[in-house]
Design a binder for this molecule. Structure first.
Ligand code: ADP
Ligand code: MG
Length: 606
C-alpha cells in the first residue's frame, strides 16, 4: 500500500439528531436558568419594538412593555408572554430553527451602528431559547409580528430536531412561549418558585414582569442612576433590597463607567463582626440588568472579597463558561478600575472626615493591609492613610508619626504588640515622651515586615526589644558597674544570662527584660503557622544601677551579705520577667516564698 503525500482536507460533520440532548444536558448546568433566558428574550422583544417604533412609523404603537408568566398546574404548562415585536414564519425559520444564530446580534448590528447609545439588548449567542427544553417535553411558540398584515404562527417542537409550523389565531402583537413541563420539573409550576426565580434573575429588568397576574420585579436598579442623583437613604435601601436583614453598610462606591468599557454597579463595604469575618462578601453580577451569577471571583480582586453589592457588565457574555475570565483583558480592566475606585474612595473619606474614617477603620483595616501586600497599585494609593493607634491617644498615619518623632527616633517606629505584657515598657517610653504605636492585629506582624521591605529606612522596634536612647540617662557618667553581671548570674544560677548594666532616667525601675526583635517575630510567625517552636527565647536583663535596690545589692555584696544580695537579685529578675509574662508553677511558688522572706526581714529591721 502506498500512502499519498497529499493532505486530505475535509469538513467535520455533525449529526444534528444528537445535538438536542447535548444542548439540554451540557449547555446549562442549572435547570432554573430557562426563566432567565426566556424572560431575557421577552425583554429584548419589547426593547426591539420600542427601538423600531422610535425610528419607523408602525401601525400600532407599542403599549407599555409587559411580560407575564402564567403557570397552569392542570395543563402542566408555563406560558411566558410578551408584547414585544413578535415573529413571522420567516423569522421563526431564521431565528428559532437555526440554532446558534442570534437574532439579537443581528438586530444590534442593524440598529446600533451610527448610534453611541446602548441598545440594551441582552441576547448574544442564539442559544438561550433552547434552554426551554431543559424543563419541557414540548415547547410551543405562538406569535404575531408587529409588521402590517402579519399572520400569526404556531411553532411546535417535542425536543427532537423536527418541528411544525402552522397558521394560528392571535389577537395582540407579541409572543407566547408555552412550555409543557416534564414530570421531573413539575416543581417549577409552583407560583412561588416562579416568583423567586423572577426576583433572582430578572428583578431589575426595565419592564413589568408578572407571575400569575402579580408584579414580581422591582425594575429600578439603583446603579443605572447618576451617583449625584442618589441619596444616602436610597443607597441604604437598595442594600436592603439586595441583602435583606443586613446591618447597614459602612460606605459604598458607585461605579459608573461608559468608556473605554462599560461598567455600572454599587459596591458596599459591609459591617463586619470580627477581623476574620471575610468570606461573607457577595457581589451579584448582572448583564444588562439580568442576574448572571454570584460568582465574580475574577472581577473583584481577591482582597476585596468582603465587598457586597451588584455590578452590571454588559460586555461579559452570559452563556460562556467563566472559568477563563481571569485572563480576559476586559475583566482585568474592570478589576483594575475597581481597585482604583476603592482606593480613591478611601482617600476621599480620609480627607473629608478623618474622625469618621477612624470609626470604620477597625472593620476594614485587615483587608486594606492585605490588599496593600498583594497589589502594588493599591499600596501606592493608600499607603499614607493607614492608621495606627498611638500612645498619645489618637490615631496616626505612619508618615505623620515619622515626621513628629524624627528628632528623637529618626526612622525608628516604637510599637507595642501586647498592651498587657508590655505595659511597663510603654509607660517607661511615655514617661520619656516617646510615642508608641499599638500594633496587635493578626495581620500586623506580616504587615510591618512588608512596610519595612517597601522602605528599608523604617525600622519597627518593639518597645521591649531594646532601650531607646531617650530612656538612658546620658548626663550620668557613672561607669557601668562590672561586678553586677556576675552577681546576677550567680544569684540566678544562669551562667549564660545576658546582663546589660545601664543608667536609666527613671530610677524607680530596677530591672527590665528585653526580648530581641528578631526572635520575637520568629516566635509570632511560628504561632501564626500553628507550629509554636519551644526555645525561641532570647532575653536580656537590663539592670538599672541608678535604682536604690540595685545599689543596695552592691552594698550587701561588698559587705559579704551574699545571701540577702542574692534574694534581692532574684526578686529584681522575677519582677522584670513578670511585666513580660506571668510567672507560673515553681517560679511563682519561689517568688511568693521569697517575697515573704524579704518582708519578714524588713519587719525584723523595723
Ligand atoms: P439570543 O437571544 O442570544 O439571540 P436566543 O436563542 O435566546 O438567542 O433567541 C434566538 C432568537 O429568537 C432571538 O435573537 C430572537 O430573534 C428570537 N426570539 C426569541 N424569543 C423571542 C420573543 N419572545 N420574541 C421575539 N423574538 C424572539
Ligand atoms: Mg436570548
Amino acid at each position: 500500500m502506498t500512502t499519498s503525500t497529499e493532505p486530505i482536507v475535509g469538513n467535520i460533520q455533525i449529526h444534528t439528531d444528537n445535538i438536542m440532548p447535548i444542548i439540554k444536558k451540557w449547555l446549562y448546568s442549572e435547570h432554573e436558568i430557562f426563566v432567565r433566558e426566556l424572560v431575557s428574550n421577552a425583554c429584548d422583544a419589547i426593547t426591539k419594538l420600542k427601538t423600531i417604533a422610535n425610528r419607523e412609523s408602525i401601525t400600532h404603537a407599542p403599549a407599555e412593555g409587559l411580560i407575564t408568566l402564567t403557570s397552569n398546574k392542570e395543563a402542566k404548562t408555563i406560558t411566558i408572554s410578551d408584547n414585544g415585536l413578535g415573529m413571522d414564519a420567516e423569522e421563526i425559520q431564521k431565528y428559532i430553527n437555526q440554532i446558534a444564530f442570534s437574532g439579537a446580534e443581528e438586530f444590534v448590528k442593524k440598529y446600533q451602528d451610527s448610534e453611541s447609545e446602548k441598545s440594551g439588548i441582552i441576547g448574544h449567542f442564539g442559544l438561550g431559547f433552547y434552554s426551554a427544553f431543559i424543563v419541557s417535553n414540548t415547547v410551543e411558540i405562538k406569535t404575531l409580528s408587529y409588521k402590517p398584515n402579519a399572520q400569526a404562527v404556531l411553532w411546535s417542537c417535542d425536543g427532537s430536531t423536527s418541528f411544525s409550523i402552522s397558521q394560528t389565531e392571535k389577537e395582540t402583537v407579541g409572543t407566547d412561549i408555552i412550555l409543557h413541563i416534564s414530570e421531573e420539573n413539575e416543581a417549577y409550576l409552583e407560583e412561588q418558585k416562579l416568583k423567586d426565580l423572577v426576583t433572582k434573575y430578572a428583578n431589575f429588568l426595565p419592564y413589568d414582569i408578572q407571575v400569575n397576574g402579580v408584579t414580581a420585579n422591582n425594575k429600578h436598579p439603583l446603579w443605572i442612576k447618576q451617583p449625584n442623583e442618589v441619596t444616602e437613604q436610597e443607597y441604604k435601601d437598595f442594600y436592603q433590597t439586595l441583602f435583606p436583614f443586613s446591618e447597614p453598610p459602612l460606605f459604598w462606591i458607585h461605579l459608573n463607567v461608559d468608556h473605554p468599557f462599560n461598567l455600572k454597579g454599587i459596591l458596599y463595604f459591609p459591617k463586619l463582626a470580627h477581623e476574620l469575618d471575610s468570606a461573607r462578601g457577595d457581589v451579584k453580577l448582572f448583564c444588562q440588568q439580568v442576574f448572571v451569577s454570584d460568582n465574580v471571583k475574577d472581577i473583584i480582586p481577591e482582597f476585596l472579597t468582603l465587598l457586597k453589592g451588584a455590578i452590571d457588565c454588559p460586555d461579559i457574555p452570559l452563556n460562556v463558561s467563566r472559568s477563563t475570565l481571569q485572563n480576559d483583558p476586559y475583566v482585568q480592566k474592570i478589576s483594575k478600575h475597581i481597585v482604583k475606585k476603592v482606593a480613591d474612595k478611601l482617600n476621599e473619606l480620609y480627607k473629608a472626615d478623618k474622625a469618621n474614617f477612624e470609626t470604620f477603620w477597625e472593620d476594614i483595616h485587615p483587608f486594606i493591609k492585605y490588599g496593600m501586600m498583594n497589589n502594588q497599585d493599591f499600596y501606592e494609593k493608600v499607603k499614607d492613610i493607614v492608621l495606627f493607634k498611638s500612645s498619645n491617644g489618637q490615631s496616626t498615619s505612619l508618615p505623620e508619626y515619622l515626621e513628629r518623632n524624627k528628632e528623637k527616633l529618626e526612622r525608628k517606629v516604637l510599637y507595642c504588640s501586647n498592651k498587657d505584657t508590655q505595659a511597663t515598657y510603654v509607660a517607661m517610653c511615655q514617661e520619656q515622651g516617646l510615642e508608641v504605636l499599638f500594633i496587635h492585629a493578626m495581620i500586623d506582624s506580616h504587615f510591618i515586615q512588608f512596610l519595612e521591605s517597601k522602605d528599608p529606612t523604617i525600622k519597627f522596634t518593639s518597645v521591649d526589644a531594646n532601650l531607646s536612647d531617650q530612656l538612658l540617662d546620658s548626663t550620668n557618667e557613672t561607669p557601668k558597674n562590672e561586678a553586677l553581671p556576675d552577681i546576677f548570674k550567680t544569684a540566678l544560677n544562669q551562667e549564660n544570662l545576658k546582663v546589660q548594666v545601664e543608667n536609666l532616667k527613671s530610677d524607680s525601675v530596677s530591672g527590665v527584660i528585653l526580648e530581641s526583635e528578631q526572635m520575637k517575630r520568629l516566635k509570632e510567625m511560628s504561632i501564626m503557622m500553628r507550629q509554636p517552636l519551644p526555645g525561641l527565647e532570647d532575653y536580656t536583663l537590663v539592670v538599672n544601677q541608678n535604682n536604690p535596690v540595685i545599689q543596695t545589692i552592691l552594698k550587701l555584696h561588698s559587705d559579704n551579705k551574699t545571701e540577702l544580695a542574692h534574694l534581692l537579685s532574684q526578686q529584681v529578675y522575677d519582677l522584670a520577667m513578670m511585666s513580660l509574662k506571668p510567672l507560673t508553677g515553681d517560679k511563682m511558688q519561689a517568688f511568693i516564698t521569697r517575697s515573704n522572706q524579704l518582708m519578714n526581714q524588713l519587719g525584723g529591721n523595723a
